[in-house]
Write a protein that binds this ligand. Sequence first.
Ligand code: C5P
Length: 228
Amino acid sequence: MPDKILPVLTIDGPSGSGKGTVSRMVAETLGWHLLDSGALYRAVGFAAGMEGLDLSDSEAVTRCAQTTKIAFHDPGDGSETRVIVNGMDATDELRTETCGAAASAIAAIAGVRAALFDKQRAFRKAPGLVADGRDMGTVIFPDAGVKVFLTASAEERAKRRHKQLKEKGLGVTLAALLREIQARDVRDAGRAVAPLKPAADATVIDSTGMPVERVVAAVLELVRKGRD
Ligand code: C5P
């Protein structure tokens, strides 16, 4: 089984479910590589914005996805990975709600998803990969040994995001965030290509009210069991 040689753990779920933090902590514990696939979609959304493209112009945005150069740079000092888009450090811009909404819009375009397919598969390297996204277990790594679908109530996800943004000094109201998260959920789950849904063989973890350490422990336990 290829998975025994190059193990992949997929962690899919809606925005704000804690996927990013959990994936990073699990990857660190296991010493595995990490794929933040959302950053790729955000990078394409950002590049399309920089080019002044109409985000509903599928052809132009697909071309943009095919030509945009995206690189991840680990500073190596424990600080966060920088995302370089067409030679420019766009890490801070990618995290904004504007980029998140742009990513969600362009992610519905089949050509964009196709353009990012091989880029994502290339992250599968020894000793293993933790892949964080929406369709990691269903489309990109259907043969992954362990698949997790991480979720939480929309209210809890909005609260977590609100706290994060407040800590960064960004002023957004909780009500506005809840509306944005609910709208994005509907778009991500309702789109024709790679809609957000748990893989048939995924373990669903609802992290509402659960401290992140407990979620990490639960995921690590699944990996341990998967190895037995
Ligand atoms: O996870 P993150 O919030 O960074 O993702 C931004 C957007 O990119 C999501 O709302 C989703 O529409 C899209 N996305 C996707 N498939 C992935 C990862 C992200 O469609 N694997």
